[in-house]
Design a protein around this ligand. Structure first.
Ligand code: FNR
Length: 239
């Protein structure tokens, strides 16, 4: 395939409607646990979502990710069982007065969602010395998280809900999925069509934790001290 010349081409200017569509998708993305419908995701849709993930930035263009697609009900049952063990341990970590509220939350859609995806980071890809990772070894993990966020937004654009489940003993997932030691499991994701979604984070809707005010998080020129936590804002549209 002929390569295009190695110099910049004009940057496309997006229309106001295109920009707004992007911000609407960002604002309407949710972490989904329970609203999954029981119908498969079409292969062409899945391909586009994965292509969006693969278009993410990565340190030294390392592209350290793999996407393990998990559809087998028996394997998802095993993952669900691993979650249940860890979730019981998790509940016990909260102060007594929060444990009942924690146990009332639904924190995964592993068997309800028709598709699970484990996103991994191959820490050996691209060799030992990677451009941009020379002074911070975690940059390949951060890159993989960028891919997860692209995947999450693309899924929402396609009408697919996604939930991230992180309440596992890492060694349990590694065993169930047969992941080798040099590869880190960065995210375990549940995906499926959704026709209903919360209009704000479910944890906010259920009173677990409120969204912080953006203005309290922005600092000028240097660290000026974290502000005390404020009242919930109502997740306004981004305009
Ligand atoms: C790294 C990471 C890990 C997790 C999550 C997210 C991220 C980024 N979230 C989802 C999280 O609770 C959710 O994103 C916030 O509550 C905000 O809600 P929205 O994503 O805006 O709907 C999440 N949710 C859940 O029900 N079980 C889980 O184990 C996790 N784990």
């Amino acid at each position: 395939m002929p390569l295009s010349p190695a110099r910049p081409v004009p940057a496309r200017i997006f229309t106001q409607a295109e920009r707004q569509a992007f911000y609407d998708i960002v604002a309407a993305r949710r972490d989904v646990r329970n609203e999954f419908e029981d119908r498969p995701i079409a292969e062409d849709v899945l391909k586009r979502i994965l292509a969006a993930a693969h278009a993410a930035p990565s340190v030294g263009f390392m592209q350290p990710w793999n996407f393990i697609l998990i559809r087998d009900p028996a394997r998802r049952q095993a993952v669900q069982a691993a979650f249940a063990v860890a979730n019981e341990e998790a509940a016990a970590m909260f102060p007594d007065e929060k444990q009942a509220a924690y146990r009332a939350l639904k924190l995964e859609g592993i068997t309800k969602a028709p598709l699970n995806i484990a996103v991994t980071c191959d820490r050996s890809r691209g060799g030992r010395v990677v451009l941009g990772r020379t002074h911070n070894r975690e940059m390949d993990i951060y890159s993989t998280v960028c891919a997860v966020q692209n995947l999450w937004l693309a899924a929402r654009a396609e009408g697919i809900g996604m939930g991230w489940v992180s309440i596992f003993r890492p060694e349990d997932l590694r065993r169930i999925l047969g992941v080798p030691d040099h590869v880190e499991i960065v995210a375990y994701l549940c995906l499926g069509h959704v026709s209903e979604l919360y209009d704000r984070p479910e944890l906010a809707a259920k009173g677990w934790r409120a969204r912080l005010e953006l203005e309290t998080l922005v600092m000028e020129e240097g660290w000026t001290g974290a502000a005390p936590e404020e009242e919930e804002d109502q997740s306004p549209a981004i305009r």
